[in-house]
Ligand binder design. Structure first.
Ligand code: AP5
Length: 224
């Protein structure tokens, strides 16, 4: 049961820290609306067109997609009626310009972030996770070849769809994504810490254990 009023939350951490995995737990447990900019951009690529082609180039190289494209999609999504009770942002903001835009958009609505959940996760862990990640082509569910395997190799447990490897989950692109994170996103840790918004969790924990830690933290801080 969430507290009254919009509950807005950011999931922050390096690629492969488990943000998407925990977002699924949190959405189920608290009914939070999960907004993943990575998923939105992958959908834009599928939809094609000029924007899709441009987005594809950046994503496949592991570079950040230009702020104007990402921010427009996030602001539009946050303006929909189902976002009025709060959102869980996964993959946004990713640099200081996006963080500033988010602050402004929320304050225009008389809202502010309840918290920023930072997944502190060692580099060797994220490399192991990303290189073994598999995603269902049909429903998008995430797996890992050893950490979270599907019952039948290559087949989604939920919908029977084919499990594939994301184009940006090859070792060279993973390393670039980590550099891009260090150069652009890591500064947001101190930005939100200074604002008293940061809650740090151990992203290296097994998924179920990490969710229990987050749930306990939210309860202790009176967020839920
Ligand atoms: P995006 O899709 O956001 O990718 P990411 O940030 O690189 O994050 P990931 O989805 O790779 O990792 P995750 O932390 O969600 O981990 P997951 O739970 O899947 O972005 C992709 C691209 O889009 C960017 O490179 C950029 O080009 C563009 N983009 C997106 N947002 C943008 C923005 N705001 N501005 C500009 N460009 C933007 O877990 C990973 C694996 O580990 C899985 O296999 C999972 O099964 C396993 N796993 C998860 N948790 C655990 C655990 N606790 N223990 C063991 N295994 C685990």
């Amino acid at each position: 049961m969430m507290k009254k009023g919009p509950f807005d939350l950011v999931l922050l951490g390096p690629p492969g820290a488990g943000k998407g995995t925990q977002a699924a737990y949190l959405a189920k447990a608290y009914g939070l609306l999960h907004i993943s900019t990575g998923d939105m951009l992958r959908q834009a690529v599928k939809d094609g067109g000029v924007t899709g082609l441009e987005v594809k180039r950046y994503m496949e190289a592991g570079e950040l997609v230009p702020d104007d494209i990402v921010t427009k999609s996030v602001v539009e999504r946050m303006g929909k009626p189902d976002a009025s009770s709060g959102v869980m942002l996964d993959g946004y903001p990713r640099n200081s310009a996006q963080a500033g835009t988010l602050d402004e958009s929320l304050s225009e609505e008389g809202r502010e972030l309840a918290t920023v959940l930072y997944f502190n996760t060692p580099e060797e862990v994220v490399i192991q996770r990303l290189s073994g990640r598999r995603v269902c082509k049909q429903c998008g569910k995430n797996y890992h070849v050893t950490n979270m395997p599907s019952a039948k190799e290559g087949v989604c447990d939920i919908c029977g769809g084919e499990l594939i490897q994301r184009k940006d989950d090859n070792i060279d692109t993973i390393k670039n994504r980590l550099n891009v994170y260090k150069d652009n996103t890591a500064d947001l840790i101190s930005y939100y810490r200074k604002k008293g918004k940061l809650m740090e969790v151990d992203g290296g924990l097994p998924a179920g254990e990490l969710f229990e830690q987050i749930d306990a933290l939210f309860k202790r801080e009176g967020l839920i």
